[in-house]
Design a protein around this ligand. Structure first.
Ligand code: PLP
Length: 406
């Protein structure tokens, strides 16, 4: 632990859109002694989590777990399915879509970046009609994969993956569909099988409420078939070795044992709340946040209400206000971390994370910190966002206590 030369009283509010606060229950589970990863106890743990995680992706097919951050799982999705020089269609929704494209280039693929012009593309989701039109032109089927980000963490925009699937089918195109839901999994509704996704990429440090350090590839039979002939080099990321070891609950190399204890606990917590209740809670907290932003008279980064993210909300600053200075003030005065703006919109907005282990009171404290910080920064607010969010949350209160009838 690094000790700073000052101490904040009270708890830190980690309201960035991941990593998210790790609940005590998960921290305690992870503090158990590390066991032999080739012994019988580990095999039982491995079999449990490899089976349970499928319910989160809504798939009956294999889910691979890597001891790596989400970036590793991005690389695994590309290297297991594609050949050097393959043409891939990617869609610019924000900073993370741009980083995935940069990786594709570095790996020797030929990414084509579709998108709306300028900043507009960072305010809206993937446009399925643009994908359909581009694939329809590709009669020789040179495009091998379509890669999209489900929940663009840099902007707070969620794309309609089922519509992307329909666009690919409408064009009669055989391209694989690769989807990054690193910040969407276990917070926003996601259906790997139903939406016909070939590889889903996800991470631990967002909706699953775990520390960073594990990431996932959910596969389809078509992706598995592609991996049998794909020629991009891979070793650590290879699916075949993983799947063989996973058969009995084991891994081909040393897994992140203690993070897997945490994953097991996280899955138990999510199933106890109910996945649909988890999604509804995220939607409700997101709407309360947007109500606050509207009351302040500020602009939400996402310009399309159908694409509002249940995970985070981007708050755009009025001209002349440096969002990073506002964030700094809020951190220093209120012990509250907000997400900084990335890439093209750097300094123009901040991001409020409302995902993972977050409830009404966590959100109210967060919004109070934002409101006080905005006022102290001299931003003119139309009305109290805190009051608006309070009114909204008080109306629709649903607590787990009510659900179990106590
Ligand atoms: N994709 C998205 C949508 C993300 O939000 C992130 C990280 O926040 C990444 C990719 C990269 O993942 P990681 O930082 O875990 O490597």
């Amino acid at each position: 632990m690094v000790h700073l030369d000052f101490h904040f009283s009270g708890r830190h509010f980690l309201q960035i859109p991941g990593p998210t606060p790790v609940p005590e229950r998960i921290l305690r589970a992870m503090s158990c002694p590390t066991i032999d990863h080739r012994g019988p106890e580990f095999g039982a743990l491995g079999r449990k989590i490899l089976a349970d995680i499928k319910q989160i992706f809504k798939t009956v097919h294999p889910v691979i777990i890597y001891p790596a951050s989400g970036t590793g799982a991005w690389e695994a999705a590309l290297t297991n399915t594609l050949d050097p020089g393959d043409h891939v269609l990617m869609f610019e929704t924000g900073h993370f879509a741009a980083l995935w494209r940069k990786m594709a280039q570095a790996l020797g693929l030929e990414p084509e970046f579709l998108g709306l012009p300028g900043i507009e593309g960072w305010r809206r989701g993937v446009q399925p009609d643009m994908i359909e039109a581009r694939l329809a032109q590709d009669s020789a089927h040179g495009i091998k994969a379509v890669c999209v980000v489900h929940n663009e963490t840099s902007t707070g925009v969620t794309s309609d993956i089922a519509a992307v699937r329909r666009a690919i089918d409408a064009a009669g195109h055989p391209a694989l569909l690769l989807v990054d839901t690193i910040s969407g999994l276990a917070s926003a509704d996601y259906r790997h099988d139903e939406w016909g996704v070939d590889v889903t990429v996800a991470g631990s440090q967002k909706g699953l409420m775990l520390p960073p350090g594990i990431s996932f590839n959910a596969l389809s039979p078509k992706a598995l078939a592609a991996s049998a002939t794909a020629k991009l080099p891979r070793s650590f990321w290879g699916w075949a070795e993983m799947l063989e070891a996973n058969e009995n609950g084991y891994f081909p190399y040393t897994p992140s044992t203690n993070l897997l204890y945490g994953l097991s606990e996280s899955l138990d917590m999510i199933f106890a709340e109910g996945l649909d209740n988890v999604f509804a809670r995220h939607q409700r907290l997101a709407e309360a946040t947007r109500g606050a932003v509207r009351a302040w008279g500020l602009q939400i980064q996402c310009a399309d209400p159908a694409a509002y993210s249940p995970v985070l909300t981007g708050v755009t600053m009025p001209d002349g206000v440096d969002a990073d200075l506002v964030r700094k003030l809020i951190y220093e005065r209120f012990n509250l971390s907000l997400g900084q703006a990335l890439g093209k919109i750097c300094g123009r907005m901040f991001r409020i994370g409302h995902l993972g282990d977050c409830n009404d009171l966590t959100l109210m404290a967060t919004l109070a910190g934002c409101e006080m910080g905005l006022k102290l920064s001299g931003v003119k607010l139309a009305a109290s966002g805190v009051a608006a969010a309070l009114d909204f949350l008080a109306q629709g209160a649903t607590t787990p206590t009510l659900r179990v009838g106590i």
